[in-house]
Ligand binder design. Structure first.
Ligand code: FUB
Length: 353
């Protein structure tokens, strides 16, 4: 009996130490956190606390069989599912289809990263989608329930363009929309305020000029219209100079978010082709913002997109990677704690252990 145990131990040790199993161990990354939901592919999670629960407004990734390109044509999403959690480590509820592209009268294709806001008993779902001429605009849909279903307004928001709306409501009750994204998000085509269909397909290609800015618009009390002109969000370097177009490690690309901490405004965003999440701090929702650094190293997959939310006195970052599929356009959302250091900086997060 004893000899048999020894033999079994020897065999197990040999298997564990075999070159094949060591190769597997080396090649499978150790992720910082696990996908929140595995039954559908999800990305671009905008998280909010409504009625004491966490509601997540993600993109719903699908495989439409479209080849990958710099325009992002392979991100061909057609509806939104809203998710909720009672607790950060608790089960995740998928509330089903909250808005379908076929019910957005002006939509053509590609429902990208949404966000949601609440005011006076109504929830407002903001979403970017290409119109029937293949130009991105931002639409709004309403519901009395944070999980939907949502009903879309018949037209895009007047004066809106590009992608990735993030709506921040300040402590005084005023809401602002941050939006924009370069390359496939088409922000570079609006560089002169009007749409230029022949504009560059990626960025402005003006390396030594200030980089393209994320946009901000104040929202009217009806939450469906911009109140005044769209303005630029300026990110300054440590010399007080705007970041330049060639500064791909630091300049804004897409996926902005705003949170307020200790009376400072934290503008956070993706650097796109360099795959970082970066942050810049200011004293007003409009900025200017002083560049501070990166706080999320590159995740698995090309895109990186996040939101930051306080829940029960702790801060969390929702983000995505491609752990489940290994494919750029089939992503899965995750959550991890986020730490503000005593000096106001954000502690670096490594998506791998
Ligand atoms: O999900 C489509 C696009 O990918 C989003 O709008 C971007 O932020 C990027 O995550």
């Amino acid at each position: 009996m004893k000899r048999n145990f020894k033999l079994i131990r020897l065999i197990i040790t040999a298997v564990i130490l075999s070159p094949a199993s060591m190769a597997i161990a080396q090649s499978s990354p150790k992720y910082l956190s696990q996908p929140l939901i595995k039954t559908i592919y999800t990305a671009d999670p905008s998280a909010h606390v409504f009625n004491g629960k966490i509601y997540i407004y993600p993109s719903h990734d699908i495989d439409a069989g479209i080849p990958e390109n710099d325009n992002g044509d392979h991100f061909a999403m057609r509806d939104y599912h809203i998710l909720s959690m009672d607790n950060i480590n608790g089960p995740v509820t998928d509330h089903g289809v909250a808005l379908d592209i076929k019910n957005i009268p002006w939509a053509g294709r590609q429902l990208w990263a949404p966000d949601c806001a609440y005011k006076n008993g109504t929830y407002y779902l903001y979403f970017p989608v290409k119109d029937k001429n293949d130009v991105f605009h931002i639409g709004v849909a309403t519901s009395k329930n944070p999980a939907g279903p949502f009903k879309a307004e018949p037209q895009p928001m007047k004066g809106s363009f590009s992608i990735d709306p993030a709506v921040f409501t300040d402590t005084d009750g005023q809401s602002y929309m941050y939006f924009g994204g370069i390359w496939g998000g088409q922000l570079q085509r609006w560089a002169d305020g009007k749409y230029d269909a022949n504009g560059s397909k990626t960025d402005l290609k003006k390396d030594d000029e200030p980089a393209l800015s994320c946009k901000i618009a104040k929202l009217k009390p009806n939450m469906k219209e911009f109140d005044g002109p769209v303005k630029d969000i300026t990110i300054l370097d440590s010399n007080g100079k705007p970041l330049l177009g060639k500064d791909h490690n630091r300049r804004f690309f897409e996926g902005s978010w705003m949170h307020k901490y200790h009376n400072k405004y934290y503008f956070t965003y993706s650097t796109g082709d360099t795959h970082y999440l970066a942050y810049a701090i200011g004293d007003h929702p409009y900025g200017p913002f002083n560049y501070k650094g990166i706080f999320l190293k590159p995740v698995q997959g090309w895109t990186t997109h996040h939101s930051i939310v306080e829940f029960k006195g702790k801060w969390y970052m929702f983000y995505h990677d491609t752990q489940l599929s290994g494919k750029t356009h089939l992503r899965n959302i995750k959550v991890t704690p986020l730490t503000h250091n005593a000096d106001g900086s954000i502690a670096m997060i490594d998506p791998f252990k």
